[in-house]
Design a protein around this ligand. Structure first.
Ligand SMILES: *[C@@H]1O[C@H](CO)[C@@H](O)[C@H](O)[C@H]1NC(C)=O
Ligand SMILES: *[C@@H]1O[C@H](CO)[C@@H](O)[C@H](O)[C@H]1NC(C)=O
Ligand SMILES: *[C@@H]1O[C@H](CO)[C@@H](O)[C@H](O)[C@H]1NC(C)=O
Ligand SMILES: *[C@@H]1O[C@H](CO)[C@@H](O)[C@H](O)[C@H]1NC(C)=O
Ligand SMILES: *[C@@H]1O[C@H](CO)[C@@H](O)[C@H](O)[C@H]1NC(C)=O
Ligand SMILES: *[C@@H]1O[C@H](CO)[C@@H](O)[C@H](O)[C@H]1NC(C)=O
Ligand SMILES: *[C@@H]1O[C@H](CO)[C@@H](O)[C@H](O)[C@H]1NC(C)=O
Ligand SMILES: *[C@@H]1O[C@H](CO)[C@@H](O)[C@H](O)[C@H]1NC(C)=O
Ligand SMILES: *[C@@H]1O[C@H](CO)[C@@H](O)[C@H](O)[C@H]1NC(C)=O
Ligand SMILES: *[C@@H]1O[C@H](CO)[C@@H](O)[C@H](O)[C@H]1NC(C)=O
Ligand SMILES: *[C@@H]1O[C@H](CO)[C@@H](O)[C@H](O)[C@H]1NC(C)=O
Ligand SMILES: CC(=O)N[C@H]1CO[C@H](CO)[C@@H](O)[C@@H]1O
Length: 835
């Protein structure tokens, strides 16, 4: 009896350990398994070579059907076609079973899927396509989509890659989920277990290439030992139809090859690249190609020798061409020393300026990889104007799954709606329909190549990205790279079913949270097209708008006492609006036709400028920051309502992040609002900004062993001031008398730095309310800070605490290392109040 109960519980998936490692490929049993029409009795996979994706498809079908429907099927490479799942390439199928006219329209990587009673046909145009079809079938049955019928699915574009910014030492630039799965201590890793698992995940969303090292590339990847290692990685990915690619350092012939030049027009340099390329291809015959970042942010490139970007790209193109490889050449080329005092200087102009005159000069196997917006993965940007400027050059769009500027996986931000807006944006090239998605597919300008690349930066963390909910972004990336016409909400709901099962409330809640998450994040970070107002000089994480201006990086807001925004008009500004085709240029040139959400991207206006909503710019800032932060609070309640409907492990881990996000959203809100109130001297009509009646400032308490500390940037602390212990060895105490009674949530804002784990205890008249440690650096994975600032500022809340007038509030902070138990304020919040 006990066993039956155990099985029942395990089988409905409530108590199984869920650590996120299986992501959307959990193959959890479905409740309505019995309503599947008669199940095939075996699997025929028309290739028995172990490295074949068709073989993989057979194994995956066996594993999936066992998990989802509870039936063990045999796999064979030959057999009859009745009562069988047959998976293979069109050619292999036709050889054995004769013609299949229904599959005539298959394109490269495409698949045909036919489900009829107990007969399932999964036919790929190539081996990879057959594997995609198998995953599609499994995804459907895992979601109880048991409908019969047949369909063909072809990709939107041939290139569907990820980029991983992994360094040779195993660290990952803008990675938030632990160290690299590919590289370690200067070499390609020996242990390919996680690489295989990652390839499996990516194949299931139809990704066909992975660039395994950072675009800021290190030439030591080209050593013999590492080339052998790359071979191992490629061998691990090949059964999943995924091709390996690498990023190159332009100066390799010089830095690594011992030549005295890396001039792309020097024959010796060309010979060196041809030689090393041949060597790599002899170990990885199906290598996808190269990714190159040149002349950007200090990287070497062809401009060093007065050669054009096309000269540089074509040098690599010629080396890989005999092997069928391609070169992804990044358009992210800009000068990071432009002059702030020059009103018409503009980093957003850089890509079009640098590629000016080069359209058509690139070899056919070069693809220019263009970030979705003209600056750098901001919370809102218009599409890059380069998409409409290159007509005779293949292009791909570059997206980020890793949330570099968008909360670093510590804030829930479902990105598919952001991507969707870019995909569907009609650039009206030559006054004809020219959606961005039709341009990067190659369709609009009739280019043979095209597609997408997303920076993912998975790490060794079990959850892949450091956060369970962030995995919806990876899933959506693959699905939308294959078919950008899909609605983000539909993609999300498939992901929810596969990741969390069928509970209606779970579905509705995660859908609602995710769909609100990007607008909420935009609201409390940077709205009206001003960019994510994060610290661009440090970690790209917490708030610091002042860091955007007065430097050569060009992520400017041009905020002063009276006005804000970049004047990108042709008539009086940087001329960036004029880089778009005429219809779009006119829209952005005119303040009346520019949408509110891009107003400050294109125009420099007074804070009192009215929006289409009727509000002024500054009041919109205040309101949006309050509303966005309030939305982040509501996520906690929403998530909490799912307790018991989701396995405890993932429930707790996600709850932890939502609580953290809610606290950090308030840090964002108060920082940004205080910054602009201070700068503009215009008060908030609703009198919220700067008024915090529930707060007790730590600096106003009686301090023993603590001292006041002015915080920089100032708005990172309430009242611009925090307290820190006077030494790093002895505990400090802050006390004050409480003059009110009731039940309150007590929120404590403090700073959690890397470089120490301070301990805190909060008590009321010696009754301990709570203890905690400053150890978020072990739990969150975002880029750490060693300062009291907008990155380290955080909040912990103790719920429903009884307070008596006359109580003595006391916080004892035990410093550790450089973390001097820093404390900002303590809020006593009546029920329903958040401040
Ligand atoms: C079987 O798979 C191998 C490895 O992918 C491939 O080389 C071979 O052509 C395939 N055979 C058939 C008949 O498709
Ligand atoms: C390149 O990698 C080597 C080997 O890990 C390392 O010693 C060197 O510091 C790296 N160079 C850069 C610029 O990171
Ligand atoms: C390889 O990595 C996997 C996954 O991280 C781990 O479980 C396994 O123990 C590692 N194998 C070795 C030999 O280190
Ligand atoms: C090509 O590389 C090999 C070593 O892999 C080296 O022996 C040979 O000299 C190189 N040739 C050229 C032209 O650089
Ligand atoms: C590149 O051109 C500039 C100006 O035309 C010249 O001053 C410089 O010496 C050239 N550099 C090289 C490496 O040829
Ligand atoms: C200002 O920047 C523009 C655009 O880059 C440039 O053409 C112009 O020469 C610059 N003006 C000065 C004074 O440097
Ligand atoms: C995964 O990352 C989270 C957050 O950084 C951390 O709490 C957890 O310990 C990590 N787990 C592993 C296995 O790395
Ligand atoms: C035009 O540009 C100047 C800077 O050259 C700037 O000070 C002024 O505010 C701009 N005028 C308008 C109407 O935007
Ligand atoms: C964002 O702010 C706008 C303007 O204040 C508001 O209308 C909207 O509801 C907010 N959305 C979210 C999700 O916070
Ligand atoms: C508390 O601190 C704030 C800012 O640090 C200060 O402006 C205010 O006057 C203080 N209030 C009291 C009651 O001491
Ligand atoms: C305390 O600070 C001193 C001086 O800055 C430093 O040398 C010492 O290592 C610190 N102690 C700890 C425990 O970090
Ligand atoms: C018809 C046939 O060949 N069936 C074999 C398929 O493979 C299983 C093992 O997976 C064998 O047991 C069957 O005999």
């Amino acid at each position: 009896m006990l066993n039956v109960w155990l099985c029942l519980l395990v089988c409905i998936g409530i108590v199984t350990a869920e650590d996120g490692s299986q992501a959307w490929l959990r193959y959890a049993p479905v409740p309505q398994a019995s309503s599947y029409q008669s199940l095939p009795s075996s699997i025929v996979a028309l290739n028995s070579t172990r490295s074949s994706p068709v073989y993989t498809a057979g194994q995956e079908l066996q594993r999936g059907v066992k998990g989802i429907l509870g039936k063990q099927l045999s796999v064979n490479s030959t057999g009859k076609s009745e009562s069988t799942i047959v998976v293979g390439t069109l050619n292999a199928y036709q050889e054995v079973f004769g013609n299949l006219d229904d599959a005539d329209d298959l394109e490269e990587d495409g698949f045909y899927l036919s489900i009829e009673d107990s007969k399932v046909l999964i036919i790929g145009q190539n081996e990879r396509g057959a594997l995609y079809g198998a995953f599609e079938y499994l995804s459907r049955i895992a979601q109880e989509m048991f409908e019969t019928g047949s369909s063909i699915s072809n990709p939107h574009a041939p290139i569907r890659w990820t980029n991983e910014w992994d360094n040779m030492d195993g660290s990952i630039e803008r990675g938030f989920a632990g160290p690299s799965i590919f590289l370690k201590n200067g070499y390609v890793t020996d242990n390919i277990t996680r690489v295989t698992e990652y390839a499996r995940l990516l194949a299931s969303i139809r990704i066909n290439g992975i660039i395994v090292n950072n675009v800021n590339a290190n030439a030591t990847l080209l050593s013999s030992r590492n080339i052998e290692g790359l071979g191992r990685l490629a061998d691990a990915m090949r059964p999943y139809g995924i091709q390996l690619g690498i990023s190159l350092n332009f100066a390799s012939p010089h830095d690594f090859g011992g030549l005295d030049t890396f001039d792309p027009l020097d024959p010796e340099v060309d010979a060196w690249w041809a030689n090393i390329t041949n060597k790599i291809y002899s170990r990885v015959p199906d290598m996808a190609g190269y990714l190159v970042k040149a002349n950007s942010e200090g990287q070497p490139g062809p401009l060093t020798y007065n050669r054009t970007l096309a000269d540089g790209a074509n040098m690599f193109a010629k080396a890989v061409e005999p092997h069928g490889g391609i070169v992804m050449f990044r358009a992210f080329v800009y000068d990071n020393h432009i002059s702030y005092s020059n009103w018409t200087a503009d980093r957003a102009n850089a890509a079009v300026d640098f590629f000016n005159g080069l359209d058509g000069k690139f070899d056919e196997n070069v693809v220019v990889q263009i970030k979705y917006g003209p600056i750098d993965f901001q919370v809102r940007e218009p599409p890059s104007p380069l998409f409409s400027a290159l007509r005779n050059t293949s292009v791909a769009i570059e997206l980020q799954v890793t949330q570099e500027y968008l909360g670093q996986q510590c804030h829930l931000v479902y990105l598919a709606p952001l991507w969707k807006e870019i995909f569907e944006f009609d650039l009206r090239a030559d006054s004809r329909p020219s959606k961005v998605k039709e341009i990067f597919s190659g369709e609009r300008f009739r280019r043979p190549l095209g597609g997408s690349a997303a920076v993912v930066n998975v790490g060794t963390n079990t959850t892949w990205l450091g956060s369970h909910l962030a995995m919806s972004n990876l899933y959506a990336y693959g699905i939308m790279a294959w078919d950008p016409s899909i609605e983000p909400e539909a993609v999300l709901q498939n992901w929810i079913r596969l990741t969390f099962g069928f509970d209606r409330q779970v579905m509705d809640t995660i859908t609602d949270m995710s769909m609100k998450s990007w607008p909420a994040y935009e609201n409390y970070t940077g709205n009206l097209g001003i960019q994510t107002l994060t610290d661009i000089l440090y970690t790209h994480y917490g708030p610091n708008p002042a860091s955007q201006d007065n430097n050569g990086w060009g992520q400017w807001t041009r905020a002063d006492q009276f006005s804000i925004g970049m004047d990108r008009t042709v008539k009086n500004g940087t001329g960036n609006a004029g880089q778009y085709p005429p219809e779009i240029a006119r829209t952005f040139e005119n303040i009346d036709t520019t949408p509110d959400n891009l107003l400050l991207w294109f125009h420099h206006v007074p804070y009192t400028q009215p929006l289409k909503s009727g509000k002024t710019v500054i009041q919109h800032f205040y309101d949006a920051h309050y509303e966005g932060a309030a939305t982040a609070q509501s996520f906690v309640k929403q998530w909490d309502s799912l307790e018991g409907q989701i396995d405890a492990e993932r429930f707790k881990e996600i709850q932890f992040r939502q609580v953290y996000q809610a606290g950090h959203a308030l840090v964002w809100r108060d920082f940004i609002n205080e910054f602009y109130r201070n700068l503009s001297s215009i008060p908030d009509e609703a009198k919220r900004v700067g008024h915090h009646p529930y707060r007790i400032e730590a600096e106003n308490m009686t301090l023993i062993g603590y001292r006041r500390q002015a915080v920089t940037p100032a708005p990172a602390a309430s009242g611009y001031t925090a307290i820190v212990t006077t030494s790093n060895g002895t505990a400090g105490t802050a006390t004050t008398n409480i003059s009110f009674s009731g039940t309150f949530d007590i929120a404590v804002n403090y700073f959690d730095l890397i470089g120490g784990k301070a301990k805190y205890e909060l008590s009321l008249s010696n009754r301990t309310v709570g203890t905690w440690a400053g150890d978020l650096e072990d739990k969150l994975g975002h880029a750490p800070s060693t300062f009291l600032d907008g990155h380290s500022a955080t909040r912990i809340t103790f719920k429903s605490v009884q307070v008596q007038a006359g109580d003595i509030l006391k916080v004892v902070g035990q410093p550790d290392g450089i973390e001097l138990a820093p404390l900002d304020y303590i809020s006593f919040l009546p029920p329903g109040v958040v401040d």
